[in-house]
Design a protein around this ligand. Structure first.
Ligand SMILES: NC(=O)c1ccc[n+]([C@@H]2O[C@H](COP(=O)([O-])OP(=O)(O)OC[C@H]3O[C@@H](n4cnc5c(N)ncnc54)[C@H](O)[C@@H]3O)[C@@H](O)[C@H]2O)c1
Length: 440
């Protein structure tokens, strides 16, 4: 009997019937076996391939070698109905298949990189056994987590070397898996998103058919982006856990109610738990973020909380400022004229305190570039207090750098550097332009 909660996921608004496919799955671990259980539950026929004889024997006997809620029941039913057969011999597995899904492990190597030897081995196996007279290509889908560039630089060359002119008998797809162990079946049928990498970023008919019952948002993209997405997601999840734990450590050391802090933090869906501050582009700055991060670093060290993530924030921001300087000055002859749009830490503000743009301007001047700045929110004579002190100690030539709107339309520049999105509002005569406010 299938569990009720699993059954609910097996028939997600199932008015659209899937076209039954024959699928070979390479690697019967958490990802491969879950995929096998879920795909067979939709009616597909699966040949499971694994190098482990023990695993293959167990699965063919209807026993799951791993514990994953609901999986055992799916396997019993699939094996009994003959929809799942497993083998250690991958040699002929793809002959009558529409699709091969690769879920072999990519464990950490001693230097931290992924070990790609299983991926390479299975790719060679599929390439050397695929029927070269196929009328419709075999769709070879990689679900293992692989380093960006792996399809183009490792997998495609293996297929090309073995298949030569017959390369058209396969089509490559990268489809990262987002399931979490312990909720793998639910996640399989209800993933947070579906990412499908193809050679041209265009739609793939077989993948459309495979995912017909899944209602999640689908992103088609080229291989590199699809390969990178899993690294971004997993690193961010790790960052969230580490950040939360560091905050927890500091709070506990200070006798602060951690539950209350957590409640208030996650209630802020405007700036905290939101897409805000996620767009890659400018460095952080202004009168609050750097100051308060430094102060939290001090408090943490004072109470002995040991918080490497928090301690790394200022360093990471400085690294980003250096990166932006290199980006701006790359291929720029010394003495070139540069217009910077925006000097304050953000648009529509005249606050120059710890503005990353002030640092950039100073470095450009030091390097001998001819710099002018357009920032309509800024009037040097109106700067007061710490803002005034910061501006003049970091950029003494400030009044001479600023130009007005009329100059903006009359002058020409070798490079326009947009730091805050102002370039959208003006026609500027620049030979080249670069937007460091947003890389998107
Ligand atoms: N476990 C997860 O929650 C999860 C989630 C998303 C993505 N991933 C990624 O999916 C991939 C698989 O992860 P997993 O946890 O299922 O790994 P796993 O170690 O549980 O399973 C991998 C399987 O591949 C088999 N294998 C190795 N070489 C083989 C070969 N040449 N032919 C056939 N089978 C072979 C192994 O025997 C093993 O059974 C990894 O890249 C992982 O990073 C895992």
């Amino acid at each position: 009997m299938l569990r009720r909660d699993i059954l609910l996921f097996l028939s997600p608004d199932n008015d659209s019937k899937v076209q039954i496919m024959k699928i070979a799955i390479y690697g019967l671990g958490y990802v491969g076996l879950t995929s096998a259980g879920c795909l067979t539950s939709e009616g597909h026929h699966v040949i499971g391939v694994d190098v482990s004889e023990d695993k293959v024997r167990e699965i063919n006997a209807g026993r799951s070698p791993i514990y994953e809620p609901g999986l055992q029941e799916l396997l019993i039913s699939a094996v009994k109905d003959g929809r799942l057969v497993c083998t250690t011999n991958g040699a002929q597995s793809t002959s009558a298949c529409d699709m091969a899904i690769v879920c072999v492990g990519t464990p950490s190597g001693s230097d931290g990189s992924h070990n790609m030897s299983y991926i390479a081995e299975v790719s060679r196996q599929i390439a050397s056994t695929v029927n070269r007279n196929r009328k419709v290509p075999l769709t070879v889908v990689y679900r293992s987590t692989i380093r960006p560039g792996t399809i183009n630089e490792l997998i495609l060359p293996i297929f090309s070397a073995i298949l030569g002119e017959d390369i058209g008998v396969i089509e490559l797809v990268y489809n990262p898996e987002f399931l979490r162990e312990a909720t793998a079946i639910k996640d399989y049928f209800n993933p947070p998103k579906i990412v499908i990498g193809t050679i041209d970023g265009k739609i793939n008919d077989r993948m459309e058919e495979l995912n017909k019952n899944l209602k999640s948002q689908v992103f088609y993209t080229k291989f590199l982006e699809s390969e990178f997405t899993k690294f971004v997601d997993n690193s961010f999840h790790a960052l969230k856990v580490s950040f939360a734990n560091e905050i927890g450590r500091v709070a506990i050391k200070l006798g602060i109610n951690v539950a209350k802090v957590h409640e208030m933090f996650i209630a802020d869906t405007k700036l905290n738990i939101s897409p805000y501050y996620f767009r890659p582009g400018g460095a952080f700055g202004g009168s609050c973020l750097p100051k308060d991060v430094r102060a939290l670093q001090y408090i943490s060290s004072d109470v002995g909380a040991n918080t490497p993530v928090i301690d790394s924030l200022i360093r990471s921001n400085e690294a980003h400022k250096n990166f932006l300087y290199d980006l701006v000055t790359k291929n720029l002859a010394s003495g070139s004229s540069i217009l910077m749009l925006g000097l304050a830490f953000k648009k529509n503000s005249d606050d120059l305190r710890e503005s990353p743009q002030v640092d950039l301007a100073r470095k450009l001047l030091q390097a001998g570039f001819v710099l002018l700045v357009y920032d309509p929110s800024l009037t040097p004579s109106k700067l007061v207090g710490q803002n005034l002190g910061y501006a003049y100690s970091h950029l003494p030539s400030l009044p001479r750098l600023l130009i007005n709107e009329t100059d903006l339309s009359q002058k020409s520049f070798d490079l326009v550097v947009d730091t805050n999105g102002t370039s959208q509002d003006h026609a500027i005569n620049g030979k080249k332009s670069i937007n460091i406010h947003a890389f998107i």
